[in-house]
Design a protein around this ligand. Structure first.
Ligand code: NAP
Ligand code: HSE
Length: 426
């Protein structure tokens, strides 16, 4: 079998898994690995030289494929561009670079007749990207939605199931290698926003600027929210969605959002625990399909990276194969729909004074803003203060914002403790 010569940047969680898997594929020759700190103690010998000078890889004419598993925006972006310019194929797990610079990177790859493979950038070990690109290629997609971050799913599951604090659950996710080097990328929803941008590009042919994606993270979710949600028959998950507001129309604005969401306990998303991911893809021909599996971690992610390398290695034997693997993504950024127009039911937790007329006033304010209450309970009266939990029917986002702003003017209200959207099928 012909050998394919690879150079890799990064030997952390993912890079170490790639080295381990490549040991089982000897015809894929890993020639050199670049790292940041040559003096760092490594758990095992990678079986090839290590350097701190990436030029030894990017400028080596024998290296056909750059495997980029270092992460972050810069200098990863510059390294990928230099490799593409030298007509090397790129296999990357870097969702941040793809989400922020996808249009120009795919344009450069087209110009140089090389390919970018990126299965590991979304949903770790789940072969989601190749499924959307190839297996579901006959479909027009209306929505892609799901749990796309292993760290936050691990944190929420462990807070609920094991009673761990947020900090203890995050520390455990970091120890297990799921979390990004800066965990705010996970817990504040940036990581999911990057993944949604990539999924939008594959499903709707247009990347979405990460800054245009509505984003709320999980920092404010408390054990009380999780317990109360469960009482009402829901579990709280960080759910990301990309939806074409005009299915079938290539210019339709995209509604792209990531935020904590109450999911009915009977829904498949509610059953996904730990660092697993779960994605629902809706196509006009196939209907809805669901994919579940490990969304992060060393070997699951390496499985996607090495799978890409093996695909690339088979394709390298074919003439002009690069055009086959170039996704049909336009170089225009997508227009996004305003969050104020979205309709969702809500879960609200209010801290109020336990005085006559409070529930009546809340009902009046909500009624004035076309908000219909589905259920309401009062809990935990302590020292004259009480918690009111409200579940609403579907509400236009701007109506909910206006109602909450009016409520905050009321003397009886201490605070709106939580306002979390409830899952509504895309
Ligand atoms: P990591 O454990 O922090 O490892 C990063 C590696 O890159 C380290 O070996 C580091 O070198 C090296 N590196 C950093 N900056 C460098 C530079 N300027 N020049 C050369 N080498 C440099 O990160 P990771 O978790 O493996 O993640 C890598 C990528 O995979 C990221 O894009 C991440 O988003 C993506 N990803 C990760 C997972 C996961 O579960 N962890 C899953 C899917 C995708 P030193 O070892 O010397 O510090
Ligand atoms: N930090 C990411 C996660 C890695 O927890 O899902 C996988 O992309």
């Amino acid at each position: 079998m012909a050998r394919v010569v690879l150079g890799m940047i990064g030997l952390g969680t993912v890079g170490s898994g790639v080295v381990q898997l490549l040991n089982q594929h000897k015809h894929l020759q890993l020639k050199k690995i670049a790292v940041r700190d040559l003096d760092k103690e490594r758990l095992s010998n990678p079986g090839c030289p290590i350097t701190s000078d990436v030029s030894e890889i990017i400028d080596d004419p024998e290296v056909e494929v750059l495997v980029e598993v270092m992460g972050g925006e810069e200098p990863a972006l510059s390294y990928i561009k230099r490799a593409l310019a030298k007509r090397k194929h790129v296999v990357t797990a870097n969702k941040e670079v793809l989400a922020k610079h996808g249009p120009s990177l795919f344009q450069l790859a087209r110009e140089k007749s090389v390919t970018i493979f990126f299965e590991a950038s979304v949903a770790g070990g789940i072969p989601l990207i190749s499924t959307i690109q190839r297996g579901l290629g006959a479909n027009q997609f209306s929505a892609v939605t799901g749990i796309l971050n292993g760290t936050t799913n691990f944190i929420l599951s462990n807070m609920e199931e094991k009673g761990l604090s947020y900090d203890a659950a995050l520390a455990e996710a970091q120890r297990l290698g799921f979390a990004e080097s800066d965990p705010s990328a996970d817990v504040d929803g940036h990581d999911v926003a990057y993944k949604l941008s990539i999924l939008a590009a594959l499903s709707f042919q247009r990347f979405v600027k990460p800054a245009d994606i509505f984003r709320e993270g999980i920092r404010k979710i408390t054990p009380d929210d999780l317990a109360l949600a469960k009482e009402f028959g829901y579990r709280i998950k960080l759910v990301g969605t990309a939806r074409n507001t005009r299915p079938g129309d290539k210019n339709g604005a995209l509604a792209v959002r990531v935020h904590p969401t109450l999911v009915p306990l009977s829904h498949p998303l509610a059953a996904v625990s730990g660092s697993n991911n779960c994605i629902l893809v809706t196509g006009d021909a196939v209907g809805e399909i669901i994919m579940v599996g490990p969304g992060a971690g060393s070997l699951p992610t390496a499985s996607a990276v090495v799978g890409d390398i093996i695909n690339l290695e088979s394709a390298l034997k074919l003439p002009d194969f690069a055009s086959y693997f170039q996704p049909s993504i336009t170089s225009e950024w997508a227009a996004t729909a305003s969050p104020g127009d979205w309709i969702s039911p809500y879960f609200l937790r209010l801290s109020v004074a336990d005085t006559p007329g409070v529930i009546g006033t809340i009902g009046t304010i909500f009624g004035n803003h076309q908000i219909s209450i589905q259920s309401i309970i009062q809990r935990g009266v302590i020292a004259g203060r009480a918690t009111i939990v409200i579940l609403t029917h579907g509400v236009v986002g701007s109506d909910m914002d206006a109602a909450l702003a009016e409520l905050k003017q009321c003397a009886f209200l201490d605070s709106v403790v939580s306002a979390i959207r409830i899952y509504k099928p895309a």
